[in-house]
Design a protein. Structure first.
Length: 98
């Protein structure tokens, strides 16, 4: 690749690298939130076992909300993984062109 072509590709590389870093940060945040939500679900389950009752009222609503949030976060994590794989494939192509 010529010096002019490399200079022209530099902003694209920087943009792609920023996007890859942002996607990786988003995945890390989603994993953190999913882990917290799952820990909260486990805590609520233990509390329910202690009182010997099925989820009802506010506790049941909270448990359902946390499960829904956890499912959403897991879905987002999966989508972020797909985006990162796509970015990594693009990086590989650009590296091969270098």
């Amino acid at each position: 690749m010529s010096d002019a072509a490399e200079a022209a590709a530099a902003p694209e590389w920087e943009r792609l690298e920023r996007a890859a870093h942002a996607a990786a940060a988003a995945v890390a945040e989603l994993r953190r939130r999913a882990t917290e939500a799952e820990a909260e679900v486990q805590r609520l389950r233990r509390e329910l076992e202690l009182v010997g009752a099925a989820p009802a009222g506010d506790a049941g609503d909270e448990l359902r909300r946390l499960r829904a949030e956890n499912a959403l976060l897991s879905s987002r994590t999966g989508e972020a993984r797909k985006r990162i794989r796509s970015l990594m494939a693009k990086l590989a192509i650009l590296e091969a062109r270098r």
